[in-house]
Design a protein around this ligand. Structure first.
Ligand code: G6P
Length: 601
């Protein structure tokens, strides 16, 4: 996974691009590079390792350019494989995968091109060069038409100074617009210091950008207008705000992001919900819902199943996105597939969405990143409005996703006359207190840290929940393994007896998630069994059980809730903090865990 930034305008290009790349470091951190035209030539500087190494390579060099392109990359451990790469007068950065790389490379080798790197990107660079007949944008258009796979490219040519060409298919690319120039980048935070106005390119679009003008062509080569979206995020939202890591900052943002997700969608006292995005949906004839997602978004989907079955009485399945295309399913327009993705760019989820559309279903995308591919290609799209999530381990996006699905469940239930406004108003009454309850947990975070310190040296962990907390058990375990590298598994608590209990001992602890939910008593009995068998047990209970909970080694507490669904939002915050403090205690690079990337493209 990579991040790209291109700038053309009145600003210093090197400073603008390096600053932009620094906001994309979460995308990749094994190499970085920059190319800026200089007179009739081009200066290309690349460095292996973190962005700081590129900054060091640039230090002392006064480069007065006003356009250029830059790249930050995951999994490139040699300078030659870092971008930008070059074919004579053409210089290019690329994010994506060229699936027909071998076939194109063979043709280019036969045509006499020599390859310097092992990257699939170099194929595109030479291809553009081979098709160049005096018009850079035409050459890029013709070249990418031959590429199978995903690409977001930024290309420049020393023969055509003052032109930046940007093109995308299946990889993200947006263009920030300001009075004196343009910034093309893979993600919004890279451009926020310059602008909040963005053009989001559709799949197959190509943009020819000069310092004062932008022309966009669609995949048929026709010149087309794409609207400009205004993003409310401010720079601070994309920065760490004084916290040590983005993960802990984003955990702390949840009281606010929960309200941002709700904003404009509900009148709490009246129990009314507005989801204009779904106004065309034929709710009465909806027969089946299938959630499709990966990772944390898949865990939010597991909660979604419970919410929708409970409040809308519609049968729901949840599929791992990467498995869905292989199912033999007969779908029709009365099936709604809900694809959840923070980034909206995860390839497995996009492929699943396309498969669902091909099978005849309607698709609702729930994304956080505005203008994401998933949202654009689906039948309906709802944004979670959690703001930029930088930490690879997802936290605030999860709570916003879960909340969005709760709203959808209640909205569907109300339209199908399964749940009435009075019931919804009761739920909202409790929901409106969730932010302050999360704040209460955050104020007590030292208690979570103290317990995490006791467990951080464990090599293994099992998380257990039942009904509403079963998905939280999976999410808690994922957070722990992603950030601390402790092996952790999440299970519905009942499954403990069917295998995992054999593993429990003093060195293999169990985390029970047993806040005040209807099935709490039945988790208590499994907890007691785990303890009786010699397990080391930490548990999350509700305040009301502080003096009356089953015996365990360490207990953590969440505020009491009237509506049991609300306990989900509190319990997951404890699980997030627990994972964070284990990782912190172990000295992990929390925002950039090894081998992981924010979106798997
Ligand atoms: C990657 C990230 C996970 C994330 C998953 C799905 O694996 O490391 O944290 O949950 O992708 O991402 P999405 O953007 O589709 O929600």
């Amino acid at each position: 996974m990579c991040g790209i930034v291109g700038y053309i305008g009145e600003r210093n290009a090197v400073d603008t691009i390096i600053n932009g790349l620094s906001h994309l470091e979460y995308k990749g951190y094994d190499s970085a590079g920059i190319a800026v035209p200089q007179g009739a030539g081009v200066t290309i500087i690349r460095a292996v390792g973190k962005l700081d190494n590129l900054k060091e390579a640039l230090s002392g060099k006064e480069i007065a350019a006003t356009m250029g392109i830059g790249h930050i990359r995951w999994q490139a451990h040699t300078e030659v494989n870092a971008h930008p790469n070059r074919s004579d007068h053409i210089v290019l950065v690329h994010d994506g995968i060229v699936e027909n790389y071998k076939e194109l490379k063979d043709k280019l080798l036969n045509a006499g091109y020599q390859f310097q790197s092992d990257t699939d990107t170099e194929v595109i660079t030479h291809l553009i060069h081979s098709m160049y007949k005096g018009d850079l944008s035409k050459a890029v258009y013709d070249a990418v038409a031959k590429v199978k796979g995903a690409y977001a490219v930024l290309a420049i040519s020393t023969k055509e100074p003052e032109k930046l060409v940007a093109a995308r298919r299946s990889s993200p690319l947006i263009i920030g617009v300001e009075e004196g120039g343009y910034i093309a980048t893979s993600d919004i935070p890279a451009a926020l210091e310059i602008t909040r106005d963005f053009i989001s390119l559709d799949d197959g679009d190509l943009a020819l950008i000069t310092p004062k003008n932008i022309t966009i062509y669609d995949n048929t080569g026709k010149s087309i207008q794409r609207s400009t979206i205004h993003i409310d995020w401010d720079e601070e939202m994309a920065e760490r705000d004084g916290f040590d890591d983005f993960m802990i900052k984003e955990i702390h943002e949840q009281p606010r992001t929960i309200m941002d997700t709700l904003r404009g969608k509900i009148i709490p006292d009246e129990g009314r919900i507005f989801l204009g995005e779904l106004q065309e949906l034929d709710v009465a004839n909806l027969e089946r819902i299938i959630f499709l997602a990966c990772g944390t978004s898949w865990h939010a989907s597991l909660l979604g199943k419970q919410f929708i079955e409970r409040y809308a009485h519609i049968p729901v399945e949840v599929d791992i996105a990467s498995e869905f295309p292989y199912r033999d399913l007969q779908l029709n327009k009365n099936t709604l597939c809900i694809c959840i993705s923070q980034s909206g760019e995860t390839t497995d989820t996009k492929v699943a969405m396309r498969s669902a559309l091909d099978k005849g279903a309607q698709v609702l995308a729930i994304c956080n990143v505005v203008g994401a591919s998933l949202a654009k290609e689906s039948t309906y799209a709802i944004y979670t409005h959690a703001g930029p999530e930088i930490s690879i381990a997802s936290t605030k996006a999860f709570t916003s996703q879960a909340l969005t699905i709760l709203l959808i469940a209640l909205w569907l239930g109300e339209r199908r006359k399964v749940t009435d406004n009075k019931q919804i108003a009761e739920i909202f009454k409790d929901l409106m207190i969730v932010p302050e309850r999360i704040n209460a947990i955050l104020e007590q975070k030292e208690a979570v840290k103290a317990v995490a310190d006791q467990y951080k040296d464990s090599k293994n962990f099992v998380y257990l929940g039942r009904n509403l907390t079963a998905p939280i058990a999976l999410e808690g375990a994922l957070k722990l393994k992603e950030t601390s590298y402790i092996h952790a598994e999440g299970y519905p608590a009942g499954e403990l007896r069917h295998g995992p209990i054999a593993l429990l001992d003093k060195t293999f602890p169990a985390m029970f998630l047993a806040p005040g939910i209807k099935v709490q008593e039945s988790i208590f009995s499994i907890l007691q069994e785990a303890k009786a068998k010699g397990g080391r047990v930490v548990a999350v209970f509700s305040e009301k059980d502080r003096d009356n909970h089953p015996e365990c080694d360490h207990a953590l507490f969440v505020p009491d809730c009237e509506v049991e669904e609300m306990a989900v939002f509190l319990t997951v915050v404890v699980a997030q903090l627990f994972a964070y403090y284990c990782a912190k205690g172990l000295g992990r690079d929390i925002d950039k865990p090894r081998n992981l990337s924010k979106a798997v493209i």
